[in-house]
Design a protein around this ligand. Structure first.
Ligand SMILES: Cc1cc2nc3c(=O)[nH]c(=O)nc-3n(C[C@H](O)[C@H](O)[C@H](O)COP(=O)(O)OP(=O)(O)OC[C@H]3O[C@@H](n4cnc5c(N)ncnc54)[C@H](O)[C@@H]3O)c2cc1C
Length: 338
């Protein structure tokens, strides 16, 4: 275990925010994680578990220990007539894992192609895209409980997955480290390609018979066309969640704003497209200093170079106020503010 003092975190967060961690350690095995636990017991301090840093916004230097997860390995742990069970270590790059599954013809997570970050973070906010959520193919995970010093297995039913939500954002927030995630993938694909932009892209590609591989290619093409590449301009994807409102509230809004973009939910609520709400308030493409709203997707806030985290959160606050004034709707942040 090699604890480094004052590590610059700019390369470790996709927003590209220039802050330091007071201490920084990379862990690649359970033994190293146990050493880190012992270190924290002897030297109590704040700590932060970090994967790819693609869902965090640092607003100041981190006054504690950043634990960067580098656990690696993918293995097939079982199968039955219809499914295959694949376990991936927390530090595996998410899209590399999706590619691995797609190449082997294991179906289910191809719609989640090109989401940045690591496997270990995927359950935290139950990542989702193009009509699929990670929970749809989640089987279980292994979790190192930092207070007990033990490894626990958690099944799907214990994780309380919701829209960009799980128990790891609540009771188990900062309580431990996800070590690996096991997915249950389909041998016989069920394609979910009705989602607007994905369907259009498959049509454009002139695909007659959809395959897992083609779905992945289409998702990648759509994402490249709509989302900024963090390697080019700093961002953390969607900054806000799509807000959910009651049917009654939805119908009121729809009568006031007939163009309202919304999606009915199974529980009779409606999800409103936060990007559309933000765009209607005139924020799309606007820039204040180096903090801005992406020109193609108003839900994505960007760092054009040297923005400070606080400048991004100020911008976010102004957007929340505008949306509240115009639509009486509260926007909740999706990104973890640190
Ligand atoms: C361009 C772009 C597009 C995106 N598109 C999507 C999208 O379509 N859908 C979507 O859902 N998200 C999307 N995201 C957000 C992000 O990619 C995901 O939330 C991803 O799962 C974050 O992974 P990470 O490894 O970078 O997590 P980090 O940012 O490193 O961490 C996120 C949170 O998880 C915790 N954490 C990380 N690893 C562990 C672990 N092993 N154990 C315990 N806690 C841990 C951290 O402490 C932090 O609270 C996008 C981001 C970008 C930049």
């Amino acid at each position: 275990m090699n604890i480094i003092n004052y590590r610059n975190l700019k390369p470790y967060n996709t927003f590209g925010i220039n802050v330091d961690a007071k201490r920084f350690v990379e862990v690649a095995s359970l033994a190293e994680i146990q050493e880190v636990r012992e270190y924290l017991r002897l030297h109590p301090q704040n700590f932060l578990v970090l994967g790819g840093g693609s869902n965090v916004l640092f607003t100041k230097d981190f006054d504690g220990l950043v634990i960067r997860i580098n656990l690696s390995g993918i293995e097939i742990t079982g199968e039955d007539k219809y499914h295959v069970y694949i376990k991936a270590a927390a530090g595996e790059e998410w899209d590399g894992f999706v590619e691995y599954c797609t190449d082997f013809g294991f179906a289910g997570i191809e719609n989640l192609s090109l989401i940045p970050g690591c496997v270990g973070a995927s359950p935290i906010q139950n990542i989702g895209a193009y009509g699929v959520e990670m929970k749809d193919h989640f089987h279980s995970l292994e979790y190192f409980d930092l207070s007990e010093g033990t490894v626990r297995t958690m099944l799907r039913g214990n994780c309380r997955f919701g829209y960009r939500d799980s128990i790891f954002k609540h009771e188990l927030k900062a309580g431990g480290i996800i070590l690996s995630v096991t997915f249950r993938l389909d041998k016989l694909p069920v394609f979910r390609t009705n989602y607007g932009a994905l369907k259009d892209e498959l049509d454009r590609m002139g695909i007659s018979g959809v395959t897992i591989q083609k779905t992945r290619e289409a998702v990648i093409a759509v994402r490249h066309s709509k989302l900024p590449d963090p390697a080019v301009v700093g961002n953390a994807g969607s900054f806000f969640k799509n807000p959910a409102v009651s049917k009654e509230r939805h119908d009121q809004l729809k009568s006031l704003f007939p163009q309202l973009v919304s999606f009915p939910q199974p529980d009779d609520t409606y999800k409103l497209a936060a990007g559309w709400l933000i765009e209607q308030c005139g924020w799309k493409g606007r820039r204040i200093g180096d903090a801005g709203v992406h020109e193609k997707q108003a839900l994505v806030l960007v760092n054009y170079g040297n923005a400070k985290g606080a400048e991004i959160t100020d911008l976010a606050r102004q957007i929340q106020i505008s949306v509240k004034e115009k639509f009486s709707v509260d926007l909740e942040k999706e990104v973890n503010i640190l």
